[in-house]
Design a protein around this ligand. Structure first.
Ligand SMILES: Nc1ncnc2c1ncn2[C@@H]1O[C@H](COP(=O)(O)OP(=O)(O)OP(=O)(O)O)[C@@H](O)[C@H]1O
Ligand SMILES: [Mg+2]
Length: 227
């Protein structure tokens, strides 16, 4: 089964929400899907996993792997791994991330790995999310939003993937902003990119994951993506 790195054109585009929906939809196919958020940052949660993203993903995938495996490094400030580690005087351990990733791939039939920010988010000097994707040997599903500016971000992301030799399997448009209509954006992406748009996701009331997963099941040929 194929595993994927879920990247975004930016922070806050819906990587966690869409990845959780994908995980739940894949679960419903009877597939044991593992999740990982290699580096997480932000406000530390009081209950459960430190990172809210990790909590959401683990709940959706219905797994109870240890936090150390799912999220090897957590930085309690909102910043890239590079910036956070520098400001907190902590090391960044890419090898630990890769070791844990390999461990998780033996424990599950497939993996969904959520990125941090965009694909050029720095992890170390001269080591970006793109480098991590290469080291994990994963194909990418790209989440984009609909606000004006997204075409620029999406083209840049696709260009950097090409530059790094990363295979982009598809784009998911997260229709969460005023800006481009779904139709306009899909047609622009078709004209400008050589990456297919897998589907557009509407704003989901109450961020309900079951509704999202049902939507994904209807719109995306998951079997084609996974097998
Ligand atoms: N289609 C949607 N419908 C409703 N709410 C959404 C949708 N997509 C995202 N959201 C909400 O928008 C917020 C940002 O989404 P999310 O946390 O998934 O972004 P992200 O790309 O994972 O951000 P980060 O870079 O911090 O990991 C969340 O509160 C999420 O629940
Ligand atoms: Mg997230």
């Amino acid at each position: 089964l194929e595993s994927y790195f879920i990247a975004g054109t930016d922070t806050d585009v819906g990587k966690t929400f869409v990845t959780a929906g994908l995980a739940l939809a894949i679960r419903k196919l009877g597939i044991d899907v593992g999740i990982m958020k290699p580096f997480a940052a932000g406000t530390r949660q009081k209950n459960g996993f430190k990172s809210e993203d990790v909590q959401i993903l683990a709940d959706a995938a219905q797994i109870n792997d240890s936090e150390d495996l799912l999220n090897p490094q957590f930085f309690p400030i909102d910043a890239s791994p590079f910036t956070a580690s520098k400001n907190l005087n902590l090391g960044v351990d890419v090898n630990l991330v890769l070791t844990n990733f390999r461990k998780l791939t033996t424990m599950h039939e497939m993996m969904l790995v959520e990125g941090m920010g965009g694909i050029m988010t720095p992890i170390l000097k001269n080591y970006f999310v793109t480098n991590l994707i290469k080291d994990m040997k994963l194909d990418v599903i790209l989440i984009t939003r609909t606000r004006i500016g997204t075409v620029n971000h999406t083209i840049m992301t696709c260009a950097m993937c090409k530059h790094f030799g990363i295979s982009l399997r598809g784009i998911i448009i997260n229709n969460i902003d005023d800006g481009y209509s779904e139709k306009t954006l899909q047609s622009d992406f078709n004209d400008l990119l050589d990456v297919p748009t897998l589907c557009t996701i509407p704003k989901i009331a109450n961020r309900d994951l079951v509704t999202l997963s049902e939507y994904i099941e209807k719109k995306i040929d998951l079997k084609k993506l996974l097998f």
